[in-house]
Ligand binder design. Structure first.
Ligand SMILES: [Zn+2]
Length: 320
């Protein structure tokens, strides 16, 4: 669906659009509870401002499965043009994967396992697995083949989005599939989980990390004010309830779910944490005027990122 009034910076192709989402993208139920509208009229991505279409962006909670989703959402063409300008380097933040490695060995009962990582980016996680002595296939699935990832792959590279309706791969399912910071990007969660069912072997594990819509910040300030919802590339927002429901339909049992900080905050330094704490204090004091205040000081920002906020969830699901 095309809207008029789409304003993109001159350097971005204008033949891109937005689509309305009229039913839950995970369970197809049209029943939904409006949560509010995103107050701004544009997204910020890198140095670009991407104007909203001539319609507010609404945030809805599915009346059946509880998934939170936005409407309208950017179509693939618009996303691709923005990503092409900025994506390189955006998602390859350094991270110490030692805690994840310990969990991986616990899950698999040792170091011998076939692993598929979804949203591999530069391959840092697969590299950590190789360095940590994980034996077996180390494979990757991503929309872009980033430089550096190839050296970490000992299995296959699947060139696809997780929610593509069909893609080529070996057909040999994996013991463990990891998807860190992937599930919030899905346009078609139902297709994604159908694909995951094929990719994980029976009895194998799916390890997910994504934002948690049922956490302090969205509950306290409204999910439509949550910084995580106000990102161009995030379309759906999970909670334990919605994950358990949608994954259950596709043959996964939620074995364990815990709240956590985003992995980048687990590595943050004291100065960075101090600066964000200060901003958090200002936000609590001025509320919705925070965005105007930030702009006054030449910054973009509508909600600070509370460094101790556990607004992500980490879940282990077993393929039945
Ligand atoms: Zn639903």
């Amino acid at each position: 669906m095309q809207f008029s009034g789409l304003e993109l910076p001159a350097s971005l192709p204008a033949a891109s659009g937005w689509k309305r989402v009229t039913a839950c993208p995970a369970c197809a139920s049209p029943a939904r509870i409006p949560q509010g509208e995103i107050p701004e009229r544009y997204y910020v991505f890198g140095s670009d401002r991407v104007s909203f279409p001539n319609a507010a962006i609404g945030v809805h909670r599915c009346g059946r499965c509880g998934l939170i989703y936005k409407s309208p959402v950017p179509e693939d063409g618009l996303l691709a043009s923005v990503f092409a300008r900025h994506a390189a380097g955006k998602w390859d933040l350094p991270h110490d994967y030692e805690p994840e490695l310990r969990r991986l060995r616990e899950l698999a009962g040792g170091s011998e396992l076939d692993l598929l990582d979804i949203g591999t980016s530069d391959g840092a996680w697969l590299g950590a697995c190789a360095a940590g002595g994980i034996r077996g296939r180390r494979s990757a699935l991503d929309v872009v083949r980033y430089p550096g990832a190839d050296a970490q792959i000992s299995g296959e590279f699947i060139h696809a989005a997780l929610d593509d309706p069909g893609f080529g791969w070996s057909g040999e399912p994996y013991d463990v599939v990891t998807a860190f910071d992937v599930l919030e990007h899905l346009h078609r969660p139902d297709v994604a989980f159908a694909n995951l069912r094929a990719l994980v072997r029976p009895g194998g594990w799916l390890w997910i990390e994504t934002g948690c819509a049922d956490s302090f910040w969205p509950n306290r300030f409204g999910v439509h004010h949550w910084w995580y919802v106000r990102l161009l590339e995030h379309h759906v927002f999970w909670s334990r309830r919605s994950l358990e429901h949608v994954a259950g339909v596709h043959g996964f049992a939620l074995e364990r779910c815990e709240s956590t900080r985003h992995k980048s905050w687990r590595d943050a330094g004291l100065a960075e944490i101090g600066a964000e704490l200060l901003k958090t204090g200002v936000y609590c004091a001025v509320g919705r005027r925070y965005a105007a205040l930030a702009q006054h000081f030449g910054r973009e920002g509508n909600q600070p990122w509370y460094p101790f906020g556990r607004d992500h969830l980490r879940a282990w699901l077993r393929r039945c």
